[in-house]
Design a protein around this ligand. Structure first.
Ligand SMILES: Nc1ncnc2c1ncn2[C@@H]1O[C@H](COP(=O)(O)OP(=O)(O)OP(=O)(O)O)[C@@H](O)[C@H]1O
Ligand SMILES: [Mg+2]
Length: 316
């Protein structure tokens, strides 16, 4: 296994109290696999992504669990070791490329610099590779000397992806990489991720609140709610036979082209304040299938037909 996350707990210690942003999350990811992480705002998706890189900002902290990359636990590593892993073995792509790109530097030079900083290569070689990478992500070579503001949002995101793959990472964590882009460009970026996975064998964790988008490219999908992993299974099963009522509710909110007059329903209510999460199952106040036990006890994570589900419907 490339990545093994085991019983991960991440809390933020704020003035108002403890925010249990990620609790008891476990999963594994293989080489060349694409895993979607989906959930509403505040469910802990970004915190999980940051925790995998051991980059949770203060006042947050990994309080329990492990993150193994090729068997080595990142939660036990020092800053020096981590810096080598970030970028070189795990790369991250964020929603807004403008915050990560230097506005005063030509995009080609930014790519070259990133490679020179990490890799043992000469300037000419880095330049050649940068041109190849731009082509790889679908940006024409004559854009090499453009500044970030001269590119469209979609092109900037492609540059960020080129930066991410430039160091041949084994894993890319993309946090809402296309949220600010229109649907057509979103699809193009998803195609690009699929291509990169096939060509380089890179594994990708795709974080998004958009389940429809996740279903297009992911091999498997983890559904998060209020810091918990509610369900984890392959994308087809999630779409055809969701186990957790929360997953079912998320699916109901996706426009279905076959059922033209299907009513789009968003899930009633809103996600809980994680300073004081609901008792028992954190989803119980909004769950259409809730039973008396749901507000009393936390449901166990169970394996059902090889799929993981955390819900009292599946018993003890
Ligand atoms: N730096 C921080 N300090 C305190 N609490 C934080 C911090 N960052 C995140 N949180 C809290 O942790 C919880 C999870 O937040 P996180 O950003 O991981 O969610 P998310 O699923 O990525 O949401 P979104 O879809 O809005 O990006 C939220 O309750 C949030 O308020
Ligand atoms: Mg987020």
């Amino acid at each position: 296994m490339l990545l093994e996350v085991d019983d991960l707990h991440v809390y933020y210690y704020t003035k108002r109290g403890i925010v249990r942003a990620v609790e008891g999350i476990s999963f594994a990811l293989d080489r060349a696999e694409i895993m979607g992480i989906v959930g509403e705002s505040g469910s802990g998706k970004s915190t999980l992504g940051l925790a995998i890189m051991n980059l949770v900002p203060s006042p947050g902290r990994i309080v329990k669990g492990s993150v193994r990359l090729n068997g080595r636990d990142l939660t036990k590593m020092g800053e020096k070791e981590l810096r080598e892993i970030r970028g070189k073995e795990i790369a991250m792509v964020f929603q807004d490329p403008m915050t990560s790109l230097d506005p005063l530097m030509r995009i080609g030079d930014q790519l070259v610099e990133a490679m020179l900083a990490h890799e043992d290569m000469g300037k000419e070689e880095a330049r050649k590779r940068a041109l190849e990478l731009l082509e790889e992500v679908g940006i024409s070579k004559d854009r090499f000397n453009d500044y970030p503001h001269q590119l469209s949002g979609g092109m900037r995101q492609r540059v960020m992806i080129a930066m991410a793959v430039s160091l041949n990472p084994k894993l890319i964590i993309a946090d809402e990489p296309t949220t600010a882009l229109d649907v057509i460009v979103q699809d193009q970026i998803m195609d690009l991720f699929s291509k990169l996975r096939e060509e380089f064998g890179v594994a990708i964790i795709l974080i998004s609140h958009d389940l429809a988008l996740e279903l297009k490219v992911s091999d498997k999908i983890g559904v998060m709610y209020a810091g918990w992993l509610m369900e984890l299974s392959n994308a087809d099963d999630i779409a055809k036979k969701p186990l957790n009522p929360y997953t079912r509710e998320l699916l109901k909110a996706i426009p279905n082209v076959e059922l033209e007059d299907q009513e789009l329903v968003s899930i009633p209510g809103s996600p809980p304040d994680l300073h004081e999460p609901p008792s028992g199952c954190r989803f119980h106040p909004r769950c259409p299938d809730r039973m008396p036990i749901c507000e009393k006890e936390e449901p166990p994570a169970k394996t059902v037909d090889g799929r993981l589900v955390k819900c009292w419907l599946y018993g003890r």
